[in-house]
Design a protein around this ligand. Structure first.
Ligand code: SF4
Length: 427
């Protein structure tokens, strides 16, 4: 007898057993996110409470972006503070008072914890409360940790946004909150598409300025534009907001499904999304096809680093013709990554957490065409003959939504083209 039941929808990698790794980490510190966050929040200042190492990291990560009036700095903990010989809280108060007296444009001040401030158990939450009272109503002082001991560099943004959620006012308004610090040009494209589809009102977290802020409550629905916002997701749920699960808006397919999920929440059909996005979808598809030729049939291995790995693997396999060998992620939060995991074609090993020695052994055995990893691993792997892509570049480059889809594919195609060119020169 023939079976006429409808085919079971594919579950992609949803049921793939996950290899849990609990070993040595190779991470880049969470302070790094200040580099993109300070551009986004125009009246904010990030004061890292840390050591000279933290100051050096920030300056080298920020590179050329030292303005006449910068919006981040490091309050250096000296040896006397670290030895408990000075009252670090008093010293911090003095630094903050001087800073705010000199910079009346600051409306939000973030005290950012570091490894040294955590080692001496400097209570920055208490400091933020005390300083908020001292400087209200002009300045709001919040704190979060950017410490790099056991975190990934994208957790800095997550911790910062999560710190902002509890202080947003309560509202009963039915609004969409778009969560994640996107470059302004990308954010404008996203807002334009949502408006054309008929979704509104739309708010953005983080807002550009404190004055632009809005409320949050049981009628708020939110969509994440970055997969690494687990703490922020939990903080919004605690405020009663509802999450709209969706693939991340990477590539033509990811962006379309992301918009469809939001539209459905607002009672708008996929036909409307299809009509509104017809032009950008066609442009994205054509642009991806043009740049992804070197990626077709190539094997890719992701070390766990940025937390973008699963959505990127989905984009590269489904839209650029790559084969994923291993997709490692620091954390596998299914509430957030489920829709991307369901679309990722079954086949690759999925690993969560890091044990760098074991992962290095696997990448050497697999010999992929391209390895996505942190800065610390890239040079040794290149020396061994593997082409690599630095994961950190993916958060410094506009890669979301239709108009950036080809740029995202190009980021992966470039190291393969470079390696092919070197090979030709060497022959
Ligand atoms: S927070 Fe920790 S890991 Fe980051 S720069 Fe400072 S000391 Fe280094």
């Amino acid at each position: 007898m023939n079976d006429h039941s409808p085919p079971t929808p594919s579950r992609g990698c949803l049921d793939t057993p996950v290899l849990k790794e609990r070993g040595q980490h190779e991470v880049f510190c969470g302070l790094t996110s200040i580099v993109w966050l300070h551009r986004k929040m125009q009246d904010a200042f990030f004061l890292v409470v840390g050591s000279r190492t933290c100051a050096h990291l920030l300056q080298s990560a920020a590179g050329v972006m030292i303005f006449a009036e910068p919006r981040f700095a490091t309050a250096i903990l000296e040896e006397t503070d670290l030895a408990g010989m000075a009252d670090a809280q008093e010293e911090l108060d003095r630094v903050v008072h001087e800073l705010l007296a000199r910079r009346p444009d600051i409306r939000q001040l973030f005290l950012v914890g570091s490894c040294p401030s955590e080692v001496i158990k400097l209570d920055l939450a208490k400091a933020a409360e005390r300083l908020t009272v001292a400087h209200a109503p002009n300045v709001r002082v919040l704190n979060y940790s950017g410490s790099g001991i056991e975190t990934t560099f994208t957790q800095g943004e997550d911790a910062c946004l999560a710190a902002m959620v509890p202080v947003l006012p309560e509202t009963q308004a039915r609004e969409l909150l778009l969560v994640g610090a996107l470059p302004d040009v990308v954010e404008e494209q996203a807002l334009g598409l949502l408006e054309a589809i008929g979704v509104g009102p739309v708010r953005v977290l983080p807002a550009h300025t404190k004055a632009e802020e809005y409320g949050v409550g049981p009628n708020t629905v939110f969509a994440l534009t970055q997969p690494f916002l687990g703490e922020t997701h939990a903080a919004l749920i605690r405020r009663g907001a509802q999450h709209i699960p969706a693939p991340m808006p990477f590539g033509e397919e990811g962006t379309t499904r992301f918009l469809e999920a939001i539209a459905a929440e607002f009672g708008i059909g996929a036909d409307v999304v299809a009509r509104v996005t017809e032009g950008p979808r066609a442009r994205a598809r054509a642009a991806i096809a043009k740049v992804s030729e070197p990626l077709r049939g190539k094997r890719i291995f992701f070390f766990p680093d940025s937390q973008l790995e699963i959505p990127l693997a989905r984009f590269l396999t489904r839209e650029c013709g790559m084969d994923a060998v291993e997709v490692g992620t620091p954390y596998l939060t299914r509430d957030i990554l489920g829709p991307d995991l369901a679309l990722l074609p079954a086949g690759p090993r999925i690993s969560e957490g890091q044990d760098v020695d074991r992962q290095l052994a696997r990448v050497r055995a697999d010999k992929p065409d391209l390895t996505v990893c942190g800065l610390g691993l890239a040079n040794p792997l290149e020396a061994e003959g593997l082409a690599t892509k630095w994961a950190i570049e993916l958060v410094f480059t506009p890669v979301h939504f239709y108009e950036q889809a080809a740029d995202l594919a190009s980021l992966f195609a470039r190291p393969l083209r470079r390696r092919a060119a070197l090979r030709v020169e060497a022959t």
